[in-house]
Write a protein that binds this ligand. Structure first.
Ligand code: M6R
Length: 634
């Protein structure tokens, strides 16, 4: 979940590192740090590395300057204050941390150094065998200064360099002894213009211009420098120098790096005048949905999903679909599975990826496993996908990041086109995942003949109208904010829904929890009587998903039960639905639409509710406490 950046061949690497870290901060904001290879004699930044004399000159004239700060969400401004005093340099690495091993203190912040202070490393992931390695390093006399799993890497590289290995070779050998998931960027004062990077599971990209080289965990952080970018594959090691990239595999053989296609520009990752990324991204939703639909639904309702890369026969042969995902993506999957069963009549379920991975699932080549992941990097979903492949299932990914880790792993891929999502809470990507899955369900329904052409055309037309309905819901933001004002002090909220309303309730509860730090639990409304209703009294607040679908009347019966016990009830209800409005205390009105499509509009007021309550409580909506945008550790 940490952010990594490295640059070589520039006059002011610190500036680039700090700007890059600001863009990476959403990945983790417990602490941040930078290390520069300082050229003590101006102009020495790219001295040669061959020959004993040259090497000794390098040793005399290069060293590592490192600064770290551990002020939650404020470490980068802390580092900015040091910028004017930074020494001359041409290369460096930076890191923004989401703490796993060791608390978020300055001594645990990256970069970490070896004993000589001439090697600096930054790491994302978890080194699972770090205790075992640390014990050996300690016994050999290494001095470790942090409680992290990461620091061992610097000391292992130190040992390899002492044998006379180049930095590239030292990192290759070091990676060979590491267990777990990692992305690493390393600099060494003995090779002052070189960055070495490697990865296993955790993603890492490298890039170049004619005179510059970059390493990053994220495209956004280096897009302002170059679009000539390459994704490292598992186990590959890259040596990045000004204007050049050399990649070897774990066995030391040269390999061609995989070029990355970048579909958006630097501007897309900026705030564009909004107070925070989250409100920008909420308001971008109509456009994100429109872009995701372009070319995929034709006027008569037929679907076009050519990029899926499965033949019609392969798709027709599928007899079961399992969706795996985490968090909001899981909720999108649960919504998609219901549409798939209804329209394509295929048994479909959604499972939490971290559970699926370890339950030894029974799958075969007629099972399609669909992994949904905005980032395409979430480690639980990624490993679930690999497990599905191992068991012989067909695999497909719905991702927002072109050529992401999962997109490269799966048999087929569908991309949402939401643009970069920076706010930690997923909004526009969540809705884009839902709408894209709906298109996929419609596609399969047509292919399998379970929808007749009229039904398919009607569904296609309604899907095409969803971006406009989301815009209409956003126009009612004042109504939603008024409800948020009423709930600003509440500490416990139930979210209830039935059928398609249940995953909507799950999403509403997750948003309120993660942003406003309010205890919020979602239940299938019919399940309340089996236990949770004993929690209901005059102090209880329930948000019910009461848009008009087949179970609307049953849901209203559940509302009566809540009211009879004194609860305050807020309903997400169709605009103009007076009957529902009369029964509840407050309404979050949304445009009416067919039940299976309703999540795309019904989630909008719940996003704004959570956003507004969080703001009223003074919370940082883009960087909620303890969270990171991309979860790359288990
Ligand atoms: O990148 P992914 O879609 O795989 O991320 C999955 C979850 O980590 C993510 O949806 C998370 O739950 C968000 N914080 C929800 O707002």
């Amino acid at each position: 979940m940490c952010g990594i950046i490295g640059v070589t061949g520039v006059d002011d690497p610190l500036r680039m590192l700090l700007d890059g870290l600001a863009l990476l901060e959403y990945r983790g904001y417990d602490s941040a740090g930078v290390a520069l290879i300082t050229a003590d004699r101006p102009g020495d930044g790219s001295a040669p590395v061959d020959g004993a004399e040259a090497q000794s000159a390098i040793d005399r004239h290069h060293s590592i300057w490192r600064e770290r700060a551990a002020v939650r969400a404020q470490s980068i401004p802390e580092l900015e204050r040091l910028a004017p005093t930074a020494p001359a340099a041409r290369a460096g690495i930076g890191h923004t941390r989401w703490a796993t091993h060791g608390p978020p203190t300055e001594s645990n912040a990256h970069p970490h150094l070896d004993c000589t202070g001439r090697v600096a490393i930054v790491h994302n992931g978890i080194i699972e065998n770090h205790r075992e390695i640390a014990a050996k390093l300690d016994a050999a006399g290494h001095q470790r200064t942090s409680a992290t799993d990461s620091e061992v890497v610097a000391h292992l590289i130190e040992d390899e360099l002492e044998t006379g290995a180049t930095l590239l070779e030292a990192v290759r050998r070091c990676a060979g002894v590491l267990r777990g998931d990692f992305a690493l960027a390393v600099v060494y004062a003995g090779e002052p213009d070189t960055l070495v990077a490697t990865r296993r599971t955790s993603p890492l990209i490298v890039g170049r211009t004619d005179s510059v080289g970059v390493v990053s965990s994220d495209i956004a952080a280096v897009l302002g420098t170059t679009r000539d970018l390459y994704a490292l594959e598992d186990g590959e090691i890259a040596q990045v120098r000004p204007g050049s990239i050399t990649v070897i595999d774990a066995a030391g053989q040269a390999v061609e790096p995989l070029a990355i296609r970048v579909s958006w520009g630097v501007q897309a990752a900026q705030r564009d005048g909004y107070e925070d990324f989250m409100s920008k991204e909420i308001h971008e939703q109509p456009r994100a949905l429109t872009d995701t639909l372009i070319g995929r639904i034709l006027p008569e309702g037929t679907t076009e999903l050519e990029e899926l890369a499965f033949t019609e026969d392969e798709l027709k042969a599928i007899d079961r679909v399992i969706v795996i995902a985490c968090g909001s993506s899981y909720h999108a999957g649960a919504i998609g599975a219901l549409a798939l069963e209804a329209w394509a009549r295929i048994p479909a379920t959604a499972e939490i990826a971290s559970e699926f991975r370890y339950r030894d699932p029974v799958l075969d080549e007629r099972t399609l496993v669909v992994a949904i992941s905005q980032s395409g990097e979430t480690v639980d979903t990624y490993h679930g996908l690999r497990e599905a492949k191992r068991c012989g299932a067909k695999t497909m990914v719905i991702s927002n990041v072109v050529d992401s880790l999962m997109a490269r792993e799966a048999d087929g891929v569908l991309y949402t086109r939401a643009g970069p999502e920076v706010g930690v809470a997923s909004t526009k990507c969540h809705l884009s995942q839902i709408i894209l899955f709906q298109v996929f369900a419609l596609h399969l329904g047509q292919l399998r003949g379970t929808l007749d052409p009229h039904e398919a055309a009607a569904i296609g037309t309604q899907i095409s109208g969803l971006p406009g309905l989301v815009a209409r819901a956003l126009d009612r933001s004042d109504d939603y904010e008024a409800v948020a004002d009423e709930l600003a002090e509440v500490n416990d909220v139930f979210f209830l829904g039935r059928n398609i309303g249940y995953p909507i309730a799950l999403e509403g509860a997750l948003k309120l929890k993660e942003l406003a730090y309010v205890r919020a639990e979602a239940y299938a409304a019919g399940e309340m009587k089996h236990g949770p209703i004993s929690l209901i009294d005059r102090n209880a607040v329930a948000v019910v998903i009461a848009t008009r679908g087949p179970l609307w009347e049953k849901l209203l019966a559940n509302v009566e039960e809540l009211r009879a016990r004194g609860a305050t009830v807020v309903a997400v209800a169709d605009e103009g639905d007076e009957e529902t409005a009369r029964l509840v205390d407050m309404v979050l009105p949304v445009p009416a639409v067919d039940a299976l499509l309703s999540p795309v509009v019904a989630v909008v007021p719940l996003q704004i509710l959570a956003y507004s309550v969080a703001r009223a409580r003074g919370n940082d909506v883009d960087r909620p406490r303890n969270l990171a945008k991309v979860v790359t550790v288990e």
